[in-house]
Ligand binder design. Structure first.
Ligand code: DX5
Ligand code: ZN
Length: 216
């Protein structure tokens, strides 16, 4: 089963409620919620107060992607304020702190994910796979919506798929960045099961058709 997770980074923040409702109307599965701190990535986006508001208006599964340093400090508050899943970056802190963040998320009863940037190899996260519910392979440099897909990442997606199949088959494999109907087909063929789409979804003239194209 393929899940589509529209990233509200590309939504209209003056009409966020309507844009979030359009996700379920279009057949989308999750709300992808990008948190940026201006340190881990060269941009700042949205955080806890917005998450709290979004939680109040949707029953959709909220997939929080933390692009912040030292995520162990804020993992719990994102869980308490409405996340269903919180993903932290492998590169965001020392290993013990990344592991602490994952333990905190799971202790809150939420799903935990680990993400790798384009420059990090698949092997780096082998030991995390049994500990997490999702691996997120970035297919652009994190920080901005609307960038071009990095085709070099396809091989990495296949490697992660092999590791998940042997170590933890229930683990989700998500990809994020530059996903459109063409790249969706490629990542699905390389083993991705959860597709984040920001600009492709929110700029689509017909969002229902956009979700169908990503799943097709
Ligand atoms: C990038 C974010 C993405 C972004 C994707 O750092 O993690 O979720 O919104 O946007 P598109 O789909 O436009 O590449
Ligand atoms: Zn993201």
């Amino acid at each position: 089963m393929i899940r589509v997770a529209p990233s509200i980074l590309s939504a209209d923040f003056t009409a966020l409620g309507a844009d979030i409702n359009s996700i379920s109307d279009a057949g989308g599965d999750w709300v992808h919620f990008d948190v940026m701190d201006g340190v881990f990535v060269p941009n700042i986006s949205i955080g806890v107060p917005v998450l709290e508001s979004v939680r109040k208006i949707t029953d959709l599964f909220i997939d929080v992607h933390l692009m912040i340093v030292q995520p162990q400090n804020l993992a719990e508050v994102f869980c308490r304020k409405g996340a269903d899943l919180v993903t932290v970056h492998y590169e965001a802190a020392e290993e013990e702190n990344v592991l602490a963040a994952i333990r905190t998320i799971r202790a809150c009863g939420k799903k935990a994910g680990i993400s790798i940037k384009p420059g990090t190899g698949a092997e780096a996260i082998r030991s995390y796979i049994p500990l997490v519910d999702l691996v997120l392979v970035m297919t652009v440099e994190p920080g901005f919506g609307g960038q071009g897909f990095l085709y070099d990442m396809l091989e990495k997606i296949s490697s992660v798929r092999e590791m998940i199949d042997s170590l933890h088959p229930e683990c989700f494999l998500e990809v994020d960045g530059g996903i459109n109907e063409e790249t969706a087909k490629l990542v699905r063929n390389h083993g991705a099961d959860t597709l984040v789409a920001g600009s492709y979804f929110f700029l689509a003239p017909d969002r229902k058709a956009a979700v169908a194209a990503l799943k097709d």
